[in-house]
Design a protein around this ligand. Sequence first.
Ligand code: GTP
Ligand code: MG
Length: 197
Amino acid sequence: MKIQSVEFLKSVYPKDDYPPGNYPEVAFAGRSNVGKSSLINTLANRKGLARTSSSPGKTQSINFYLVNQSVCLVDLPGYGYAKVPQQVRKQWSPLIEQYCRNRKSLCGVVVIVDARIGPTPLDLSLIAWLKTLSLPTIITMTKIDKLSKNKISKVLRQTSETLSIRPAVIVPFSAHTGEGKRHVWQEIMRLMGSSEP
Ligand code: GTP
Ligand code: MG
């Protein structure tokens, strides 16, 4: 995927306005510290674009990044981290909930799962909830650099059984090696019904 331009559009906190929804958007959701911001940086070929941190709860706003003037990658706050204060309905932040419910330009959500853990109950409830909103999802298993090939196959198989989907539609990924980057872009483009961003 050739990245020609990347532009930071806006950070949105509760009560802020979203940027105008002029471009199709794909959002990135997952547990705190799972690697959402790192995945976006890898996709955009920009190391320091979205802030990453080894301590969970780094991203607490919704951040919009426009790639090639044609698709917006949206970094969502993580969920499931006990120390981040949340007025919780489903244990993910109202920011995520309102954004996913109301954003007309949102085409789908990349749900990022830690390959060493597999989908947690919160991940599963998020995936089920997105389905009720008729939002397509791309399931990505990240941090595969930490696992052997055998373990990766095993977790793919288990996760596909848990989610009742084919293993081939789960994208193994590593922000450290870049493995899976092309595949994630392909799935994003497929979701948006286009072959090039
Ligand atoms: P929050 O914004 O806090 O929700 O976290 P996040 O999901 O955006 O995670 P972030 O990208 O900040 O990464 C969290 C930590 O995981 C950082 O220390 C990253 O270096 C590390 N990390 C992210 N992706 C990978 C990966 O593919 N492999 C390995 N080994 N570490 C990763
Ligand atoms: Mg983050």
